[in-house]
Design a protein around this ligand. Structure first.
Ligand SMILES: C[S@@+](CC[C@H](N)C(=O)[O-])C[C@H]1O[C@@H](n2cnc3c(N)ncnc32)[C@H](O)[C@@H]1O
Length: 436
């Protein structure tokens, strides 16, 4: 296999024997992805194993957080790549972050990025025809959210059951499903009472049998709702919330579960990040921060927001260098957030305030201008080095989704995984569909 740039990555890969073996393992079989097909039940375990092999053998590249460490452990094994990244001007590194195709082409000189791209590929769900929406639906739901809901409804197959909308917010998805499926009864479970009340008013106005209930799905109060044979839906339920659905739903033998997970790191308990037996058998050593990497988006915010973020990180990185020197401890120290008022007060004042907060005694002769410049330089290098870790975001996310899909398969469900919308519409676009 050659890279997208046409050059062979093997020539410059220290672990080329592994890559060659992995290439062979990817020749036409169920692991080879197709844009045209969702990932079928029989392919889930093989794809998980193939991604695990990749993640395990390149662990150093995705686990290292450049923001926390001035030097990456992998740099010694990839000296050419490390030197090229460290020489990148900030604008060039930011441009590569904003253009994934160009970034892959650039990195392909050193890394098997084309193989990673192929491994992360998942087909789209077939689209079902829709009946026309009442006009107020679009009016009641913010534009992007409405487009995501529509794409979700188009992708899911009606199994004929009553439904549950899990962590429903105002129940927009619940009303959409009920309307499309001929006035189907939908129970919308949501913890926030204000959202429940707003959802009840919207359902009344739409004259649909959608009934919102205030319910903390993490508590035992949810169990009675799972007794009837219902089809459970979860659109963008965060880490602990979608795991709860999979576990409690499977335990209750719900006939169907359709779940688009989100924010895997939220509510995820260390030691319980992997849920399937297959996942445990292959598990890369995941930490909560790796689950955050899986959903980290390229920051493309223009103008002011971008300059603000850049300055905040430059200050934090500058202070990090200072605290290592002053404390004589070469270790990262988490810092409190920086707001706009602190930025206005200047770098030296902020450093003194943070030092006091962290009970670090700064010497009287600190050259704050030099520290600030060092932070800016380190930010440039961090931005460049992060190009490597970010190559693994989709692989990590797909690994997590496959782990959750395989958990349901191990509970006796027939499971498929596919994309329900474009990544532009929502980067969290993977839908797990499980039928008993
Ligand atoms: C990201 S929103 C998704 C809402 C909706 N599914 C959608 O796509 O518009 C997550 C929702 O979960 C609700 N939530 C958070 N924790 C919950 C819990 N423990 N039990 C029930 N709902 C919860 C929040 O209030 C919020 O409305």
């Amino acid at each position: 296999m050659t890279s997208r740039g046409g050059a062979s990555y093997r020539a410059s890969m220290p672990d080329s024997s592994h890559c060659a073996a992995a290439d062979k393992a990817l020749e036409p079989d169920a692991r080879v992805p197709s844009r045209d097909r969702v990932l079928g039940h029989d392919a889930l375990a093989m794809r998980l194993a193939a991604i695990s092999t990749e993640l395990n053998s390149h662990e150093a590249l995705w686990r290292a957080l450049a923001f926390r460490e001035p030097g990456m452990a992998w740099e010694a094994a990839h000296p050419g790549l490390a030197a090229a990244l460290r020489a990148l001007p900030l604008e060039a590194a930011e441009a590569l972050h904003a253009d994934p195709g160009a970034c892959a082409d650039w990195l392909a000189r050193w890394l098997p990025v084309e193989r990673w791209r192929l491994l992360a590929e998942v087909g789209a769900w077939p689209r079902h025809a829709l009946r026309p929406w009442p006009r107020e639906f679009q009016r009641d739901v913010p534009g992007r959210k409405w487009a995501q809901i529509e794409a979700f409804v188009v992708a899911v197959r009606d199994g004929g059951h009553e439904c549950i909308d899990w962590c429903a917010g105002k129940g927009h998805l619940a009303r959409a499903l009920s309307q499309q499926w001929n006035g189907r009864a939908v129970t919308a479970l949501e913890r926030d009472e204000a959202l429940v009340a707003a959802g009840a008013a919207l359902a009344r106005r739409a004259r649909l049998p959608v009934v919102p209930h205030a319910c903390d799905v993490l508590s035992e109060a949810v169990v009675p709702w799972l007794r009837a044979p219902r089809h459970a839906f979860a659109l963008h339920a965060c880490g602990g919330l979608h795991l709860r659905l999979l576990r409690a739903g499977a335990a209750a033998r719900l006939p169907a579960i359709s779940c688009a997970p989100c924010c895997y790191h939220l509510g995820a308990q260390a030691g319980r990040l992997v849920v399937s037996l297959a996942g445990h058998a292959h598990a890369p050593r995941l930490r909560p921060e790796d689950l955050r990497t899986a959903v980290q988006e390229t920051v493309t915010a223009p103008g002011h927001a971008r300059r603000h973020r850049r300055r905040v990180q430059q200050w934090q990185l500058g202070f990090d260098l200072l605290q290592r020197e002053v404390r004589g401890v070469d270790a990262y120290l988490p810092l409190p957030p920086i707001d706009a008022a602190m930025l206005a007060g200047g770098f030296a004042a902020w450093c003194c305030a943070v030092a006091q907060h962290k009970q670090i005694l700064l010497p009287g002769d600190v050259d704050f201008e030099a520290v600030e410049r060092a932070g800016q330089e380190r930010f440039r290098v961090v931005t460049a080095l992060d190009l490597v870790r970010h190559q693994f975001r989709r692989l990590l996310e797909l690994w997590l989704v496959l782990d959750r899909a395989l958990f349901l398969a191990e509970q006796g469900y027939r499971v498929e995984v596919g994309e329900f919308c474009s990544r532009q519409l929502s980067p969290r676009n993977l839908l797990i569909d499980a039928r008993l």
